[in-house]
Design a protein around this ligand. Structure first.
Ligand SMILES: Cc1ncc(COP(=O)(O)O)c(C=O)c1O
Length: 468
């Protein structure tokens, strides 16, 4: 039986693991020691290690290149960053510096790209894929962007109603546009809802959309797109859907000479538990071989590929760190470690999706340990994280009676948490926001830090609410 948290941890798994290292009392994430940062900036702190974003993009390109070479898949692979997974300028700008293409889902996201274009940060090779349901406002923004930049833009049609509006808007401006088709899918039997509201069914594509595109000289069909919520590692569901999409692609291809691209969406998995790991090479080879088989069967040229990895791009770059305020023991069996902010507010996926993260203490690894529940600061009964709801046993060191407070890190929290919870403003129980810290590595290997602290103006939430 291990005596200390450190002994317990190494009895379960070897270090370093999933970007985490602990040596001689020093906990580091992506090689960055975290204790000095929380001492300097305080908690709750969300830290993004920006070089991880570049590494992930480069790694994905290598994975696809290797798979394409192995399978003799002689077409292009295009890496897009799905910006809704994290909109922060420093994050998006890092992806843009890697020449990742960008995928949007709303008018405001297009405005974000207009800002990048105005700052001269958009390399002309970067393509923009416009996904999601298109309101008139969204379509107008897309055309505003299109008239501003020469970059390739593809509007992925999500609903039949969009086509008529976009044709009218294009006609008025004497413009043309490349379009894609988002193919909707059905969930496995027994899963509610059975259909997805996103995209168009095969029947609607073939019977209604195709005749419109064929009759409109302002539209050029370039891409077939799909996205499965369950992710690309849910092989049964994903591959099944992929086969149907390839079937549609090969059916459409003879009628549309310019159609040459397949967008396989997002859903590339990341490490969110200590025990799992991902065989990306195998995953991508399986996808590519399925596409190849479907195209060869129908004698159709292989498509260029696009992916829109959000979580994969940014998830593993980030950790969210809290301090433990005190231990509350309510009965003999449950020990609550009270955190200095809310889990619901800062990590909404824990609450909404029962999302599991790797959760580790930053310090006190030399102390003995016990199973705990982490409690958030709101008065909502669901504001907690524990092992029975969220996965692996949640062991934490005993709290020290010395001045040493315990810090707890949720690992790989970079995707969607800031988009879902919002940054700044009015939060549950009017709790303050977390601070956001970007850490980058300069060419001489020195670390640069940049902090966003929206709690400077404590009156801001009250002003939003009409009190000041
Ligand atoms: C159309 C589309 N593409 C890509 C993504 C990104 O998915 P992920 O973050 O799982 O890679 C999403 C996420 O909702 C999406 O809706």
């Amino acid at each position: 039986m291990p005596n200390t948290f450190h002994e317990y941890f190494i009895s379960k798994t070897a270090l370093p693991i999933h970007n985490v290292e602990y040596e001689k009392g020093c906990f580091s994430f992506h090689g960055v020691p975290l204790i000095p940062l929380v001492k300097k900036y305080g908690t709750p702190l969300r830290m993004y290690y920006l070089p991880s974003i570049s590494q992930k993009i480069r790694a994905a390109r290598v994975i696809f290149k290797k798979a394409m070479e192995k399978l003799n898949y002689n077409r292009d692979y295009n890496y897009c960053y799905c910006i809704k997974s994290c909109h922060l300028y420093d994050v998006v700008s890092k992806a843009v510096k890697e020449n990742a293409h960008l995928e949007t889902s709303s008018a405001y996201e297009v405005e974000l790209i207009i800002q990048l274009a105005n700052r001269q940060e958009l390399n002309p090779d970067i393509q923009i894929i416009h996904n999601g349901y298109k309101t008139q406002e969204y379509l107008l923004k897309i055309l505003e962007l299109k008239s501003l930049i020469d970059n390739k833009i593809i509007v992925v049609i999500d609903s039949l109603s969009e086509v008529n509006i976009i044709c009218l808007l294009l006609e008025k401006r004497n413009m043309n546009c490349d379009v894609g088709i988002r193919v909707s899918h059905y969930n496995p039997k027994g899963k509610y809802p059975h259909s997805s509201r996103l995209g168009m069914t095969r029947e609607n594509v073939v019977n209604k959309l195709v005749p419109i595109i064929q009759s409109q000289s302002c539209l050029t069909l370039k891409m077939v797109h799909f996205y499965v919520d369950a992710g690309i590692d849910d092989k049964g569901v994903y591959i099944d859907q992929l086969k149907k999409v390839i079937e549609l692609y090969t059916f459409l291809k003879p009628s549309f000479e310019e159609l040459d691209s397949l967008n396989i969406g997002g859903g590339m998995p990341i490490n969110q538990s200590l025990t799992g790991s991902n065989d990306y090479d195998l995953l991508i080879r399986k996808i590519l071989s399925t596409i190849k088989l479907g195209c060869n069967k129908n004698n159709v040229l292989l498509p260029n590929l696009y992916s829109e990895f959000g979580k994969y791009t940014v998830g593993e770059s980030c950790t969210t760190i809290y301090s433990v305020l005190e231990e509350k023991t309510q009965d003999d069996s449950e020990s609550w470690y009270m955190l200095d902010n809310s889990i619901i507010n800062l990590l909404p996926d824990v609450w909404a999706n029962k999302q599991q993260y790797i959760v580790l203490p930053l310090n006190l690894w030399g102390s003995s340990y016990k199973e705990v529940i982490l409690g958030g600061l709101t008065c909502d009964g669901a504001d907690f994280y524990n092992s029975s709801t969220h996965g692996e046993p949640l062991m934490m060191p005993y709290l020290s009676d010395k001045i040493d407070r315990l810090y707890v890190a949720f690992i790989h929290t970079g995707a969607y948490q800031d988009s879902l919870s919002g940054i700044g403003g009015v939060n549950h129980c009017l709790l303050p926001s977390h601070k956001i810290l970007f850490v980058d590595r300069a060419k001489n290997d020195e670390l640069n830090e940049k902090l966003i602290d929206l709690n400077d103006d404590l009156l801001h939430p009250l002003a939003i609410l009409g009190y000041v």
